[in-house]
Design a protein around this ligand. Sequence first.
Ligand code: MTE
Length: 322
Amino acid sequence: MLIKIKQGWEISENFVTPEHVFANRRQFMQGAIGAAIVAGAGVGGAALAAEPGDPTADLYPADANPAYGPLDRPVTAEKLTSTYNNFYEFASHKQIWQAAQALPTRPWEVRIDGLVKKPQTLDIDTLIRKMPLEERIYRHRCVERWSMVVPWSGFALAEILKLADPEPEARYVRMETFKNADIAAGQKQFWYPWPYQEAVTIEEAQNDLAFLVTGAYGKPLAKQFGAPLRLALPWKYGFKSIKSIVRFTLTDKRPVSFWEQINADEYGFWANVNPEVAHPRWSQAVEEPLGTRGTVPTLLYNGYGEQVASLYKNMNGQNIFM
Ligand code: MTE
């Protein structure tokens, strides 16, 4: 039976908190960040760090791919994007960046299995060094209505498929996050269906926009962003962009993702961004870029329609925007 839980991230706190309280909270956070930097232990240091001595640090910054940036809006400040995160494994609020530092990201193995000719388990550093790393500046639109622009580094999701050589009957790629409640206290919340999982169709996975992220802001990925390997699907609501992936499974049956298991009426499989299709409890017409107190119009497919709209022709009445 599906359980109905009120999600902390369903409504961004500025939509539920009176403006002056929210503004004060942000000022407080910025003050706290400044103080931490002065103390030499905060956002400028530990919070933004990947695993100390990250064995792939020499690969960054990766060459920028000019097809994906600069955008019509500025990159969001790293101190904002790395201190305001959704990572339910650590807690169901946004201030998880310190708790996430407990995640050991080395050694880290990634399993590729299911309907593939070459199932395999790869050490993360071997995998990253095999791949053609590049930097792409992407929009990110959370279903809660906040948004950001981030310079991610990584490689196309399609590269994983090439490595494993899918069987012809494979139709979906299911991805799974680590599970370890001793490190990630959020996973003690037994009413969530851990581990976090997400899925896309093979065609979506092969679209060039589908990007596996290993770095951000010219460095190896910080833990709160989902180190050492996360997804970025910029045309879909942010919950599809699964963090800290340990497994890719190719399958012929459509998987039911983490949030879909919790509330399928509100968080569907497709989750493509559309300003004209409201969430059942709020409008999706506008978004608030992190660090601003205003809103800007949300774009169909988050502005990536040219690259992805053709994936959704002839969908026979399926709600591709939920
Ligand atoms: N992946 C895992 N494993 N756990 C999560 O809680 N949250 C999702 C997505 N990936 C989440 C996750 C949601 S709701 C969003 S909006 C983005 O991560 C947030 O990414 P960010 O924290 O880097 O902004």
